[in-house]
Design a protein around this ligand. Structure first.
Ligand code: PLP
Length: 430
């Protein structure tokens, strides 16, 4: 597939037809295992002399079509589908960092990622150092000899301020530290590899699926990071791996292209920790992906109309949307989101916590759920739900005020979306 256009790649990349049946749709290869041609081929597969199917925990043809398609759309070289976005985030760190190593991460993270980094990885001996993304140099200051990874989200909510991808990627490259970008909220809108990121990951649960039926994640290797050039900085890629008969990953798969990072993740972490995506979920994500370019345009258009509508309301004290930032944050919106600003909108109700809860209870079209990126419009009041365990000052640091409401704007007709918001805002006045 030679096209560079996401609309075409979403329909064609990584698959033409099934070699056995000529099926046009990607079949659900619901099988655990694959018969080897002969003993020699089996040995070659295990020795990574050739790539092929062995066992569905490690690879599967339905998952492979999804991986190839997303890698092509993202501009990467290869991808690995996993069971959830959480598994993808964990693998991105664990692929390079071992006990005693550290990661420098933006503070502006999804709560599940925050917990993973602050607690579970800490228990595993990996320290995550959180820094303020408004100052890219903070990443350099937090880096020491044991720093292996930089990590951030391109469009973190609730603040919705685009991350300075190019600035931090360049700092990382000067140290030999790759930048991993969680691009869950901005697929196709931000292209992190164009700005120097080395790895992109998604919770496919959100916009990539779009249908809200399946939990999944994916990691994409940009193939643009020179692991060999940094032997001391990246020991996991440059020293013999006892778990794979002493393979040195920066060398072992050179003949297969610049895919050392993602191959290592597949044949060690996925093999050992087992967070595989099921072929059925891969099939459902492929259905979603076909319309992703169309949907991201429409989500962006509807969300912008919602932001403009809310900005006119007297009972709304603040609108949080990339188009409504000022100063340096506005410059980042312009630099990183020229293709559309995504489907998320936040706003603050002057009436505080009680008004926020009344607003949520009055919604009729919007679903009240702890999710984002569905084709349907979704709403949540973080102070009384997702962030209710935090103190008010911790909530404020996370960008959550008592009257803050998060909206994930769907694909319904804009008149219906605005109509529901208007009647719920009126009801929230009490
Ligand atoms: N990253 C972001 C930005 C998310 O919003 C989420 C989930 O909400 C995740 C990662 C985790 O993904 P999953 O729920 O698929 O494990």
């Amino acid at each position: 597939m030679t096209s560079k256009h996401p609309e075409t790649l979403a329909l064609h990349a990584g698959w033409r037809r099934d070699s056995a049946t000529h099926s046009v749709a990607v079949p659900i290869y619901q099988t655990t295992s694959f018969q080897f041609d002969n003993a020699e081929q089996a040995a070659n597969l295990f020795a990574l002399k050739e790539l092929g199917n062995i066992y569905s925990r490690i690879m599967n043809p339905t998952c492979d079509a999804l991986e190839q398609r997303i890698a092509a759309m993202e501009g990467g070289v290869a991808a690995l589908a996993v069971a959830s976005g959480q598994a993808a985030s964990a693998f991105c760190v664990q692929n390079l960092a071992r006990a005693g190593d550290n990661v420098v991460s933006s503070t502006d993270l999804y709560g599940g990622t925050w917990n993973l980094f602050a607690n579970t990885l800490k228990d595993q001996g990996i320290e995550v150092r959180f820094v303020d993304p408004s100052d890219p140099e903070a990443f350099a200051r937090a880096t020491d000899d044991r720093t292996r990874v930089y990590y951030a989200e391109t469009l973190p909510n609730p603040k919705l301020i685009p991350f300075p991808v190019a600035e931090v990627a360049a700092i990382g490259r000067s140290f030999g530290v790759p930048l991993v970008m969680d691009n869950t909220a901005a697929p196709l809108l931000v292209r992190p590899f164009d700005h120097g990121a080395a790895v992109v990951m998604y919770s496919t649960t959100k916009w990539i699926g779009g249908h809200g039926t399946s939990i999944g994640g994916i990691v994409i290797d940009g193939g643009n990071f020179d692991w060999e050039a940094h032997p001391a900085r990246q020991p996991a890629m440059n020293t013999p791996d006892p778990s794979y008969h002493g393979a040195v990953w920066s060398q072992a798969v050179k003949g297969l292209g610049p895919i050392a990072y993602i191959i290592k993740m597949r044949v060690t972490l996925l093999r050992d920790l087992g967070a595989a995506m099921s072929p059925f979920n891969a099939f459902l994500f492929l259905q979603g992906l076909e319309t992703l370019p169309l949907r991201m345009r429409e989500h962006s258009r509807n969300a912008r109309a919602v932001a403009d509508f809310l900005a006119e309301r007297k009972d709304v004290s603040r609108v949080i949307h990339p188009a409504y930032h000022t100063g340096g944050d506005a410059e980042r919106s312009a630099k990183y989101l020229p293709a559309g600003q995504g489907g998320l909108v936040g706003f603050e109700l002057g009436g505080g916590l009680a008004a926020g809860q009344r607003f949520i209870d009055a919604l009729k079209l919007f679903y009240h759920v702890a999710n984002i990126g569905d084709a349907r419009s979704l709403a949540i009041h973080p102070a009384s739900t997702t962030h209710s365990q935090l103190s008010e000052s911790e909530q404020a640091a996370a960008g959550v005020t008592p009257g803050y409401v998060r909206l994930s704007i769907g694909l319904e007709h804009i008149d219906d979306i605005l109509g529901d918001l208007a009647q719920a805002l009126d009801a929230a006045k009490g």
